[in-house]
Design a binder for this molecule. Structure first.
Ligand SMILES: Nc1ncnc2c1ncn2[C@@H]1O[C@H](COP(=O)(O)OP(=O)(O)OP(=O)(O)O)[C@@H](O)[C@H]1O
Ligand SMILES: [Mg+2]
Length: 372
């Protein structure tokens, strides 16, 4: 009992210092002791509640709490702006260039101490640029997991659309916090700051925000990793741009990467779609990883629930895609369908609109080419 009293007292004193880690530790103790030493747990909980948190990060807020905390006058208005990403990480499919750059970043981060001993700085910040659904967030998640650090996400769109006026202060509090704890911080949609520039009423506030962010990036400690992501590089302030140590371009998937994501998304059902793989891959050119993944997952569900066969699904998909194809594209598709599937001439004509004679010609050319 005496030990309990001492422990409670130590926690009480610690909480007064306003340090973030002691709050987290105290919360953990409350959970730990709740069952076997309810009195101690209750005591610590009371101390915890009676000392205000200095940290903008308390725990992952529920959507309802987010709404509540986002009120400009809430006690911890900055809190809801920072989200802990808890999704499991898996390695994204990346071009070899991009993969090499990310490996380099990881190596520098892992060997930071060694670099510093040599008077060199590891990469502290990087900005990811690319269209939606190509793996920017996924890569940030992967990097954090590889480094064994939590990923905190600061959604700048949410900041910009919520409470202008206090935003600068809140933003600084959040960034200050993220600088102190070991983590990877992702500034998602960093262009949100720039997007609002046309809105004259916000100009003063915007300037302040940009200044805060610029200062914070400059002062980012080499113990932490700051990542940013954007779909709109053209909106990014050049001053912001050049402050990042590294810029990584995330393009839409190439043929090779499409093959990779198709394999991965089809997973155990890959063999069922084998005859269609090539056609799907060429139709997927120009789409994002996430669209491909979504389409193939829908296919897998339909096949598993027996609501459609692979060929029905693919035919339907191909038909929808031909709307976007020009004449040359349709001819190309008809050629591929003739060469690599067992579809009848009639069906290929039906799907692509290409004449049966032409389709027959493709088939003959292919057979001649194969020496048949
Ligand atoms: N390179 C990739 N490899 C494998 N899967 C990917 C890849 N890129 C995207 N995906 C799939 O698409 C989903 C969305 O990707 P992600 O959130 O990384 O996109 P993003 O580039 O951050 O897009 P946005 O700009 O819209 O935020 C991922 O969860 C994953 O399922
Ligand atoms: Mg993203």
């Amino acid at each position: 009992m005496e030990t309990h009293a001492d422990l409670a007292q130590a926690i009480k004193l610690g909480l007064r210092s306003g340090a973030d880690d002691i709050r987290l530790f105290a919360a953990k103790l409350v959970r730990k002791y709740r069952q076997h030493s309810p009195d101690l747990a209750k005591q610590i909980d009371e101390y915890l509640r009676s000392t205000p948190a200095s940290s903008p990060l308390r725990r992952k807020p529920s959507p309802a709490e987010t709404m509540q905390d986002a009120s400009p006058d809430g006690p911890e208005a900055g809190l809801a702006l920072l989200r802990i990403d808890t999704q499991g990480a898996s390695k994204p499919v990346l071009s070899s260039d991009l993969d090499a750059s990310i490996q380099q970043l990881l190596t520098e981060r892992r060997q930071a101490a060694k670099l510093q001993r040599l008077g060199l700085e590891p990469i502290r910040s990087a900005i990811f640029v690319g269209p939606p659904g190509v793996g920017k967030t996924m890569s940030a998640r992967w990097i954090a997991a590889e480094l064994g650090l939590p990923l905190y996400v600061l959604d700048l769109t949410a900041i910009m659309s919520s409470f202008l006026g206090k935003t600068g202060t809140n933003l600084r509090a959040v960034l200050d916090y993220a600088k102190k704890v070991p983590c990877v911080l992702l500034l998602d949609e960093v262009d949100a700051i720039a997007k609002r520039r046309g809105d004259l009423s916000d100009v003063g506030e915007l300037k302040r925000l940009v200044t805060v962010i610029l200062q914070e990036i400059d002062a980012w400690p080499s113990t932490g990793l700051l990542l940013a992501a954007t779909n709109h590089p053209e909106l990014i302030d050049p001053a912001l741009w050049r402050r990042f140590d590294l810029t990584l371009e995330f393009p839409k998937p190439s043929k090779g990467e499409i093959a990779g994501i198709v394999q991965r998304s089809l997973s155990d059902d890959a063999t069922k779609f084998e005859p269609w793989r090539e056609i799907l891959s060429s139709l997927f050119l120009g789409t994002s990883f996430s669209d491909i993944d979504r389409t193939l997952r829908q296919f897998r569900k339909a096949v598993s629930l027996k609501t459609a066969t692979p060929s029905q699904l693919v035919e339907d998909y191909v038909r929808r895609q031909t709307i976007n194809l020009d004449k040359a594209g349709c001819l190309d598709l008809a050629r591929q369908l003739a060469i690599s599937t067992d579809l009848s001439h009639h069906k290929i004509h039906d799907i692509t609109g290409v004449s049966r004679d032409t389709i027959r010609k493709y088939k003959r050319e292919d057979e001649a080419g194969n020496g048949n």
